[in-house]
Design a binder for this molecule. Structure first.
Ligand code: UN1
Length: 516
């Protein structure tokens, strides 16, 4: 796939240390790559190495959104007439393109967001899986045909597209999360205006290129780069955008929800988490340790599904912790593109500051920093936003580090005595995305599956790792009741219409002319 840029600096695109010659990327609006109306650009740099300038990206404003929406409305008119199986075929090609470009996109994603290459490969793979699922949905998109209560009459429901959707996505899954929203939106016959997180524009650029290469009609996908407070806000406020799908912070999601409520827009919000892994005394300890290391420190803890609380039964608490701390100290921080790295950097300086603040809060609340708790001192890490994987012990339910989302490599350990108590601690937060229990006891696992107030529960697996073909989302303040992934997301991007066909040749009044 060729990278379409305005002023490609010879040999610079995609190379480490591109310096000030780094390429300039553009928005994709109204079927062409174009400069923002603002004429303003921003720099995007590698979080593992600040001197590595990836490129200059548009800092778009409301005028860009205006153009994108007007064009998307045209795109919608054309696209909605394409039969769903044909739309599915085009999306299958898009998944094929992502498959051929998997390595290139994964490397670009690691370079701009920091997580290790194996993880960005998984990220792209999740988008590929979502694309193939969407393509097959083109031959389903089921409605219902149900018996009418009257003679010589048919009753049926089917799905209609809605219009232009605004898709606003976070940095932590720069390819997978856009794909969760864009593939089903397009499959249902909608057009999309896409505003990726400002720190991962290159991944978004490559994703949109794959869609275009596959034959998605250009005006059905509009890419608007820039900041949430300008471009994102303009999308949320735009009366011609019929719905918003947002993944990100609770604070921004709540504001988006308010506006959408006022404007009667569809709105799917996927926000915070405070996910716990519960370990019972009969658990396979090796498995549980491996699970929590991956759940807490994978993606440097920057997942909505990250394990940020570890609930340990008192019988195993000390021995388990001792081993966990030793293994955590052995994790290697570094550039995610290097094969020996276990944990990459945080996304930016503010994230480092926020993590440090929470560690200080934990100390103030009487918790102990069992390992980590600082910015590493190694010289080769000095240019990146690194933070040591951190374990807080002696955490009690109700402490801020036990309640609030940190979105970094910080694990709070809480001791419990009974399964009921562990369930209560798990449920005692405002969020409810994911949970996990390690046990060999089938009764305990099923009790937990039923009682844990989360959208997902894992048994003998960490809190991360949802598969693309199952519904994904949380309860309570994690979201607003919608699900992404699997079959349920298609309800969000389509509207049910009902048709009655009366071939009796006479007036039949429902509820009145029934003959029984
Ligand atoms: C997120 O946690 O931000 O379940 C998304 C997982 C991934 C998606 C996570 N498939 O870990």
């Amino acid at each position: 796939m060729s990278t379409r840029v305005a002023e490609p600096a010879a040999g610079a695109a995609g190379e480490r240390g591109a310096g000030e010659d780094a390429p300039r990327f553009l928005n994709f609006i109204d079927g062409e790559w174009r400069e923002p109306e603002t004429r303003a650009f921003y720099e995007n740099r590698n979080p593992a190495r600040a001197s590595d300038l990836i490129g200059h990206f548009p800092l778009s404003g409301p005028a860009d959104v205006e153009l994108a929406v007007a064009s998307a409305r045209e795109g919608f008119r054309e696209w909605r007439a394409v039969p769903a199986p044909e739309r599915g075929e085009i999306l299958r090609h898009a998944a094929d393109c992502l498959t051929s470009d998997k390595e290139e996109i994964a490397r670009a994603a690691t370079r701009e967001m920091g997580k290790v290459l194996d993880e960005t490969r998984g990220d792209v793979q999740e988008a590929i899986d979502t694309g193939y699922y969407a393509s097959s949905e083109g031959r389903r998109l089921f409605g219902h045909t149900v018996p009418s209560e009257l003679r010589d009459k048919w009753a049926m429901s089917f799905r209609r597209p809605i219009g232009v959707f605004g898709v606003i996505t976070p940095f932590n899954f720069p390819v997978a999360i856009p794909s969760w929203k864009i593939f089903p939106a397009l499959l249902c016959g909608n057009a999309v205006v896409f505003k990726p997180a400002a720190v991962v524009p290159h991944s978004a650029h490559l994703f949109v290129e794959a869609l275009l290469e596959a034959g998605v009609p250009p005006r059905c996908i509009q890419l608007v780069h820039g900041a949430g407070r300008a471009a994102g806000q303009a999308m949320v406020d735009h009366p011609e955008i019929a719905g918003i799908s947002f993944t990100g912070s609770t604070e921004i999601g709540s504001a988006i929800g308010e506006t959408c409520g006022r404007m009667h827009k569809r709105c799917s919000l996927e926000m915070g988490g405070k996910n716990a892994q519960i370990v019972l005394p009969d658990a396979d300890t090796d498995l549980a340790i491996e699970g929590v290391l991956w759940g807490a420190f994978g993606t440097t803890g920057q997942r909505c599904t990250a394990t940020s609380r570890l609930l340990l039964h008192e019988e195993i608490h000390d021995a388990f912790l001792e081993r966990l701390i030793a293994e955590t100290k052995a994790l290697r921080l570094g550039d995610g593109l290097e094969s020996e790295t276990d944990v990459g950097p945080l996304i930016h300086e503010d994230a480092v500051r926020k993590v440090q603040e929470y560690v200080d809060i934990a100390r103030g609340e009487g918790a102990e920093v069992a390992c980590g708790g600082a910015v590493p001192e190694a010289a080769d890490l000095a240019e990146g936003f690194f933070y040591e994987p951190t374990i807080l012990t002696g955490v009690r339910p109700g402490m801020r580090v036990e309640q609030e989302e940190i979105f970094g490599p910080v694990l709070s350990v809480v001791r419990f005595r009974t399964l009921d108590e562990a369930i209560e601690i798990n449920n005692g937060v405002i969020y409810g995305l994911s949970s996990s229990i390690y046990t060999r006891d089938v009764e305990a696992s099923f009790r937990a599956i039923e009682a844990l107030d989360t959208g997902i529960t894992y048994v003998n697996a960490p809190t991360i790792g949802a598969e693309a073909h199952l519904p994904f989302g949380g309860v309570k303040q994690t979201g607003n009741g919608h699900r992404e992934g699997g079959w349920e997301v298609y309800d969000f991007y389509s509207e049910t219409k009902v048709a009655y066909v009366d071939y009796s040749g006479r007036l039949q009044r429902a509820q009145i002319d029934v003959t029984w």
